[in-house]
Design a protein around this ligand. Structure first.
Ligand code: MRU
Length: 347
């Protein structure tokens, strides 16, 4: 993605390895400040994932891959590092896919930096293909509703939900995006709007509670969301609040699509019932921008994700094409890391 850093426009990815450090766009400060977080070791990487310096399922996966490559360079025990990373955020599937990928690469004697680069490049390729496959859903004048951020920041680059939007824009189409603010962390208001602005895509930020209003009035043509983990039957975990949008979309006959790479599908889970749902600190609900917004005696609950049952999902846009939830089984082919020395070099 193009970003302005220290007054100059640079082409940046969400995560990369440079001078032995895992570098990340620090998403906690956007859209006001573009800072780079430098993780010196595996613990810094784990904390970055936990504290949401980096977030979004594919970006978390790539961060873990680079974290393991860094750990390899530092001669650390990769099993212990992988176990630490596994404890950071439980819901997103890509984290576990990436750790397994790097563990296999290590067992095969593959250069770990090359393997992490390859993992990251594969993520970008998947996103670009999601864009190609999904762009046809967006026509001139389409009004889209999205939730959370599934853009370039949530992947290595290009994004999942943002991919069909970017591709449609590249094909000269004009459309409009309603951006749910996405409490409590405001990924929609802070990050998705930032990406849409850079792309020159028309949009408006709405409160989470306003989505039903626009769906009910016929002002949304398409709901497009990302995924953190998809069960084999298509049940989809995504940012808390997604389920409600899906039900209201169905009630109003508005198509509801999930854009996600196959690395987000967990074929070991038959349904979404067993997808682990991360519960984050109540402080995220009780505060806004560091300021308390509720009586300090009131407790809060803060599940970070919910599961949308497959029956509400019109289709899943993967890198291989748009599939009905019931057709996901056909995509069940795990990718293997390449042999030594066949991946691109790290920047
Ligand atoms: O808590 P987050 O910000 O990591 O949640 C992110 C989401 O729910 C995204 O929609 C999902 O990871 C897809 S990102 C391509």
């Amino acid at each position: 993605m193009h970003v302005t850093l220290d007054g100059t426009v640079r082409e940046l990815r969400t995560v990369w390895l440079e001078d032995g450090m895992v570098k990340l766009i620090d998403q906690r400060y956007l859209p006001f400040d573009l800072r780079i977080y430098e993780a010196k070791n595996a613990e810094d990487v784990a904390v970055a994932i936990e504290d949401m310096v980096v977030r979004g399922a594919p970006a978390i996966g790539a961060t873990a891959a680079y974290g393991m490559a860094q750990a390899g360079l530092q001669g650390l025990d990769l099993k212990a590092v992988g176990d630490r990373f596994r404890k950071t955020r439980p819901t997103g599937q890509d984290l576990f896919v990436a750790i397994d990928y790097m563990t296999k690469a290590s067992a095969n004697g593959t250069d770990l930096v090359a393997a992490a680069d390859r993992y990251a490049q594969e993520d970008i390729d998947r996103c670009r293909n999601i864009g190609k496959r999904g762009a046809k859903l967006i026509r001139n004048g389409t009004r889209i509703l999205t939730h959370c951020n599934a853009g370039a920041l949530a992947a290595v680059d290009y994004g999942t939900v943002m991919a069909p939007m970017r591709a449609a824009k590249e094909q000269g189409r004009r459309f409009f995006v309603y951006v749910d603010e996405t409490r409590p962390r405001l990924q929609g208001a802070r990050l998705t709007s930032w990406e849409l602005l850079q792309e020159g895509i028309d949009h408006a930020i709405i409160t989470d509670g306003a989505a039903g209003h626009f769906l009910g009035r016929g002002e949304v043509d398409l709901v497009l969301v990302g995924a953190d983990r998809i069960a084999a039957n298509g049940d989809t975990a995504n940012k808390i609040g997604t389920y409600g949008k899906a039900v209201v979309a169905r009630e109003n006959d508005v198509p509801f699509y999930v854009a996600a790479p196959t690395s987000t599908i967990d074929f070991t889970l038959a349904t979404g019932a067993k997808i682990p749902i991360e519960e984050r600190s109540p402080q995220e609900v009780l505060h806004l921008d560091g300021q308390p917004i509720a009586p300090k005696e009131s407790p809060a609950r803060n599940p970070a994700f919910d599961v949308t049952p497959a029956k509400y999902i019109t289709g899943i846009i993967t890198e291989f094409g748009i599939r009905k939830p019931s057709q996901l089984g056909l995509l069940n082919k795990p990718a293997a890391p390449r042999k030594k020395g066949t991946a691109k070099k790290s920047r």
